[in-house]
Design a protein around this ligand. Sequence first.
Ligand code: ATP
Length: 303
Amino acid sequence: MELVIQNLSKTYPNGTKALQHINLTIPKGMFGLLGPNGAGKSSLMRTIATLQEADTGSIMLGNMDVLREKEAMRKVLGYLPQEFGVYPKVSAEEMLDHFAILKGVSNSKERKEVVKALLQQTNLYDVRKKNLGGYSGGMKQRFGIAQALLGNPQIIIVDEPTAGLDPAERNRFHNLLSEIGENIIVILSTHIVEDVTDLCRNFAIINKGQVLLEGDPLQVIDNIRGRIWRKFINKNELVQHQLQYEVISSRLFAGQTIIHVISELQPGPEFEAVAPDLEDVYFSKIHEAALREQAAPTHAIMN
Ligand SMILES: Nc1ncnc2c1ncn2[C@@H]1O[C@H](COP(=O)(O)OP(=O)(O)OP(=O)(O)O)[C@@H](O)[C@H]1O
């Protein structure tokens, strides 16, 4: 089953065009939705999760018309929102039991088994009696996944789940997500490129409410092979380099500034070729979009 989004648009009452003619096909497995803050990721996630209306467009999950059949969608959906609040004085086991009742698991024996299985799957069984207020960020996120998995969903949406997790917790969370992604559609919304590199067979880049690129991470990396060059510079040379070259990113490395430049040919003798990664793809697309907008600002606004 695929999730097919067609021509989806949303403008908020204050005039912000959060989604502009979004077209995406999301197959089974882990799908990364990558974009900077304010790109429209949460707006899209909330619309798929039937929590807000779109102005135009359609979302189909197989034969289900998601925007019209909201109840049916909610039955097959698990959602971990960006802000996932928990009751601090309730244990994970009690809270999950409560969510299971809300999901319609009325038989208490069955509920007990479901809750136990989810706590084990998310590696929280040993801390099931602990109050949620005492959970670490990673444990809270795994609890969020446990509640999202209630009722055997066919599609799970996780919005920026690894922000603020330490590397070990992030790793544990990634393993959990990739296990889940073997069987159902998992949409991972994130501004962390590495999350997508590590986990996703398919992804899209969204910026200012528009899809800039959709594809397989390995393939899109291959498409820019041979065109990414790097150079170490002094921090105060950055502006001049930005004027002279197509600088897609700059970052500090061991106290020095490294720039990445996109160019068909070696831009100059001090530049060395680098093997591109998904971050280079991401920054080159964002850079391209910024150039397009500079060249035709009214066109970008009109669309
Ligand atoms: N309820 C709202 N009313 C008006 N504008 C909104 C509303 N919600 C979001 N926006 C604006 O819509 C745009 C897209 O926001 P959205 O939260 O979907 O992006 P995002 O990619 O999830 O960003 P972040 O990672 O910062 O949450 C932003 O410009 C945001 O300020």
